[in-house]
Design a protein around this ligand. Structure first.
Ligand code: ADP
Ligand code: 5GP
Length: 189
């Protein structure tokens, strides 16, 4: 089967970004879909590479102009979305798009692209592990951490709507890489 889009979705800290990097580093036919967001830039992030960092007004203007394929207020006051031009950029490059987005965004992408998209739910072995990974990553304030943890249960309830579930077990990245190789073999060659 020749699909065009792979989406990794799941709770914060489940390992979506780690899986995206595994895929992108091993398979040249994929390109990362850079999302737009209103959240602040983290240390080491680059505008136009990790995200397009927008002000609230800029983001709202893109909503009004219907420039997004999908967008969500993932955390209170923090907006994230996929610009239509991002898909055009990747398609024009003759590449397949890799998404790291939230669960509702993933379901919207599935609605728009149907069988052309493979949506993968990424989860760790337990909620406790999620909390630890997020704390260890040290990328959020105490308050932002609590907001992310609050969302876990709701996000985990969407698992059954996905094409596939990958359990990203701590210290088992080789196994996860095997799952990615299998997905590419079946759906992207
Ligand atoms: P997400 O993109 O879903 O928020 P990340 O990929 O940033 O999650 O992973 C969260 C943290 O957990 C990172 O510090 C990452 O290095 C770590 N991590 C991810 N997968 C594993 C794994 N299988 N074993 C150990 N640590 C992991
Ligand atoms: P972070 O702030 O950790 O980079 O991302 C927070 C959450 O927003 C993650 O679940 C991430 O996957 C999600 N996200 C990133 N980009 C998008 C997007 O374009 N659309 C949607 N719906 N969610 C996104």
């Amino acid at each position: 089967m020749n699909k065009d889009i792979i989406v990794f979705a799941g709770p914060s800290g489940s390992g979506k970004s780690t899986l995206c990097h595994l895929l992108l580093n091993n398979y040249r036919q994929f390109e990362f879909s850079i999302s737009a967001t209103t959240r602040g830039m983290r240390l080491g992030e680059v505008n136009g590479k990790d995200y397009y960092f927008f002000t609230q007004d800029e983001f709202q203007k893109h909503i009004d102009d219907e420039n997004f394929i999908e967008w969500e207020e993932v955390y209170p006051g923090k907006f994230y979305g996929t610009l239509k031009t991002e898909i055009d950029r990747i398609t024009n490059d003759d590449k397949k798009a890799v998404f790291d987005i939230d669960v509702l965004g993933a379901l919207s992408i599935k609605k728009v692209f149907g069988n052309k998209a493979h949506i993968v739910f990424v989860k760790p072995e337990s909620i406790e592990v999620l909390k630890e990974r997020l704390k260890d990553r040290r990328s959020e304030s105490e308050q932002d951490l609590a907001i992310r943890i609050d969302r876990f249960e709701k996000e985990l309830s969407y698992e059954d709507s996905f094409d596939e579930v990958i359990i990203n077990k701590t210290g088992e990245l080789e196994m996860v890489k095997g799952s990615i190789d299998r997905i590419v073999d079946i759906y992207f060659l």
